[in-house]
Design a protein around this ligand. Structure first.
Ligand code: GRG
Length: 290
């Protein structure tokens, strides 16, 4: 599993470095590269490749679409660490982007990574039709904005120090974290022009993967160490974050995560041997320590 993840991370970084190299140099390039390449598992690209392999999609095209997702992910982390959001000074074991480069530069580097995602999806070297490119841009925009990541982040911040129901926490985590995973799961179906019904099924699989990922992230915060996690842990409790662990406790949250894994596995088992990569990725997500 680790070898495959490392290869996908390497190939994604290679594409992104080449893409950036072709652009005119500006003062924002270095902080953008810091957000993209200062570590990071590139797990979203891995999910995209796992789902893409169920439909025999071309690996290189999947890496390009995954690179666009990683730009949006890097942007979300830079903004998430800002003082007006989660106010975190360490990310991936290093100073957060705003600590290293200043707040205004971090905001602008984040904004530039968002728009770079659209540049990548409309890039002529991505060998798919213009119509599919527009459909991908439409879906990634919807996944990132007020109906997706940004909307989820709003809820996350507004729930701090409040008693929030399980339904609301799940809804918030599916938006904040799940929507980008939903995009990774539905993008291969958009590229293959599959039916609307199948797309809805894979968007739901993505929402569950995102929820699993967020639950695992909350577990790392709950029991992890700075050394392993590359960020301060125990923060959620201090900040009064509404998480499933705060509501259900650690043991029930782990049970909940295992139930998510078995639901997802049930949904993909009809793909037989081809689904094994995704199943391994799900176990990695739950058992990782960073
Ligand atoms: C609209 C994209 C967008 C951003 C603005 C700041 C913000 C709104 C949203 C924050 C979303 C966020 C940070 C969700 C948490 C997701 C999460 C668990 C991130 C950790 O991801 P990993 O572990 O990170 O994949 P690495 O370091 O491996 O890249």
């Amino acid at each position: 599993m680790n070898n495959k993840l490392n290869k996908i991370a390497k190939d994604t970084n290679f594409f992104l470095k080449k893409f950036i190299k072709k652009q005119k140099k500006t003062n924002l390039i270095i902080p953008m590269q810091y957000g993209l390449f200062s570590g990071g598992k590139k797990i979203r690209s891995k999910i995209l490749v796992d789902i893409g392999s169920l439909f025999d999609l071309d690996y290189h095209s999947l890496i390009i679409v995954g690179s666009a997702v990683e730009c949006i992910h890097a942007y979300s982390l830079i903004h998430d660490d800002l003082p007006c959001m989660d106010n975190d000074t360490i990310r991936r074991g290093k100073p957060s982007t705003h600590i290293k480069f200043g707040e205004s530069t971090a905001v602008l580097a984040g904004n530039s990574l968002l728009t770079m995602a659209f540049e990548i999806l409309s890039y002529k070297g991505l060998n798919i039709s213009e119509k599919i490119k527009i459909d991908l841009i439409n879906k990634i925009s919807e996944s990132s904005g007020h109906l997706g990541v940004a909307g989820g982040q709003y809820l996350d911040l507004s729930y701090e120090h409040k008693k929030v129901s399980k339904k609301k926490i799940v809804e918030m985590e599916i938006k904040k974290t799940g929507k980008l995973f939903s995009f990774c799961c539905v993008a291969p179906l958009i590229m293959k022009k599959r039916s609307k019904k199948e797309m809805i099924l894979f968007e739901n699989i993505g929402a569950n993967i995102g929820l699993l990922f967020q639950v695992a992230d909350d577990l790392i915060d709950h029991k992890g160490s700075l050394l392993n996690a590359g960020k301060k842990t125990g923060k959620d409790k201090k900040k009064g974050k509404a998480t499933l662990i705060s509501l259900l406790g650690q043991e029930n949250t782990i049970k909940y995560a295992n139930k998510l894994i078995s639901n997802i596995n049930n949904n993909i088992k009809k793909y037989g041997k081809k689904s094994e990569n995704l199943s391994k990725t799900l176990n990695y997500i739950l058992n990782r320590n960073k």
